[in-house]
Ligand binder design. Structure first.
Ligand code: FAD
Length: 438
């Protein structure tokens, strides 16, 4: 068994798994969180690590549905229902270390259930969110389109009111769980002139007339992804999630809430990669010595541990703030997501390097991690967009302070007016950055 490390958390060797290190982020956790982390890790070790990883799209689709039931039976989706963000992060960290696909199943339940919990009418919540929380229904979140990725407001999917129904027309692509979900949270424009303020969110059952699964979009790390075609797809007016024109808010509130969990998943993958690298470095001998005796390898291990620890602190700081009642954690979540996903990419890459040729064999866990971790820097808002969000908040803050003090020398009245206008522009920068998605 590997030695427990005081700050990076030790897992048992050979992937048995002792789970996320609650001690290292204890300042941000509440009573019960450490036990939850251990219970999820135990589930992962017993129920996930022995399963054969899905190596093609069809298997990944079947496996995702099976995992949904297993995870639902184990009560794993409960933290989504209680909006306990730290528990969601611990769960994703433990799942991602064992099975990126199981982590994706959890993530997608979060994306499909959270909008209902935050904004939907009781009736929709009861009918769809409650069974989804038990793993009886699979959900999906359909925002991205071929022509509208980061620039969400440019979406062309339209929803038109027709009597007691809404009729949706358009194409969504890069949608996780496309073709296997029981329902989709679909974003569509109800007022094209109004940009992001004209977007509304709808719950669309998979069997709604006019909804069709298009093509599977096959990834190198198998994950159910694909196109959803809406061809005059009809849903009752009661399936509007939140108010008409508030879809963008629904989407951004959901992403704000869940973005730190993407960072947590990255930490789970990174900690597994570090564990595999340590295992290899301490057992593999070259030039008559273990690899771990070479300082160039030690430098990598040290850097990996620093990156992982810093990433975890940012992730749990953001989740803590939200759980403590912060109305928005936009900047904290952006920092957590950007840093953790970029750091995880570096850590996994270093692990591959330490493994040498074995690290690029498709059957090796670090090769699977290498393929899985890449997408985290893209979905739920790319790294570039997280940087824009953070910079937007910084600029707005600086402008506001300058406006409040009237500049260093107080400035003339005219100059002060200019500063206020700039501060307003700064606020718009922040809004604008946030508007550039997901
Ligand atoms: C595995 C996976 C799962 C996904 N699941 C879902 C899902 O379930 N539901 C869903 O709706 N979507 C999903 N997506 C889509 C994902 O959210 C988008 O891929 C993402 O928002 C980026 O959009 P895009 O791919 O169109 O890239 P683009 O928006 O075209 O961006 C391309 C590049 O340009 C950069 N860029 C864009 N605008 C700017 C700017 N203003 N300044 C600087 N750089 C910029 C981006 O950062 C990126 O590097 C998924 C994607 C992946 C990879």
């Amino acid at each position: 068994m590997a030695r427990q490390h005081p700050t990076i958390g030790g897992r048992q060797r050979s992937g048995a798994g002792s789970g996320p290190d609650a001690h290292a982020v204890r300042a941000f956790l509440a009573p019960g969180h450490a036990e939850l982390a251990a219970a999820v890790a135990d589930f992962a070790s017993r129920s996930l690590r022995g399963r054969l990883p899905a190596d093609d799209d069809a298997t990944a689709r079947r496996e995702a549905r099976e995992l949904l039931g297993l995870m639902g039976d184990a009560g794993l989706f409960e933290p989504i229902g209680s909006l306990d963000l730290r528990a969601c992060c611990l769960t994703r960290e433990a799942l991602a270390a064992a099975s990126p696909l199981a982590d994706a199943v959890f993530a997608l339940q979060g994306l499909g259930i959270t909008p209902l919990l935050l904004m939907a009418a009781d009736e929709l919540r009861e009918r769809w969110a409650v069974p989804a929380l038990k793993g009886e229904l699979m959900s999906a979140f359909a925002m991205t389109e071929p022509g509208a990725g980061t620039d969400v407001a440019s979406m062309t999917t339209r929803a038109v009111r027709d009597g007691d129904d809404w009729v949706l027309t358009g194409t969504k692509h890069l949608i996780s769980n496309a073709g296997i979900a029981d329902y989709y949270i679909v974003f569509a424009s109800t007022d094209p002139e109004a940009g992001s303020r004209g977007i509304s969110a709808f719950l669309v059952p998979a069997d709604a007339p006019g909804l069709r699964f298009g093509e599977a979009q096959v990834m190198s790390a198998p994950h159910p992804l694909g196109e959803i075609l809406l061809e005059e797809c009809r849903v009752p007016a009661s399936h509007l999630v939140g108010e008409e024109g508030h879809g963008f808010k629904v989407g951004m509130a959901t992403l704000d809430q869940l973005r730190p969990t993407v960072g947590a998943a990255a930490c789970g993958m990174a900690s597994r990669a570090l564990e595999e690298a340590l295992d290899h470095a301490t057992t593999r001998r070259q030039f008559g010595q273990p690899l771990s005796s070479f300082q160039l390898i030690q430098e990598k291990l040290g850097r990996m541990a620093i990156d992982l620890t810093a990433a975890r602190l940012l992730v749990y700081r953001a989740a803590y703030d939200k759980d403590m009642g912060a109305e928005r954690i936009t900047t904290e979540a952006a920092m957590a997501k950007a840093f953790a996903t970029e750091a995880a990419q570096r850590i996994v890459d270093d692990a591959v390097q330490i493994l040498g040729g074995r690290g690029v064999l498709a059957s090796h866990p670090v090769d699977r991690l290498y393929r899985s971790v890449r997408a985290l820097r893209i979905y739920e808002g790319t790294t570039e967009i997280q940087h824009l969000i953070i910079a937007g908040a910084l600029i707005a803050d600086a402008e506001e302070r300058r406006a409040a003090t009237g500049g260093e020398d107080g400035g003339t009245e005219e100059e002060q007016g200019g500063a206020e206008a700039e501060a307003e522009a700064g606020a718009e920068v922040e809004d604008g950055a946030v508007e550039e998605r997901s």
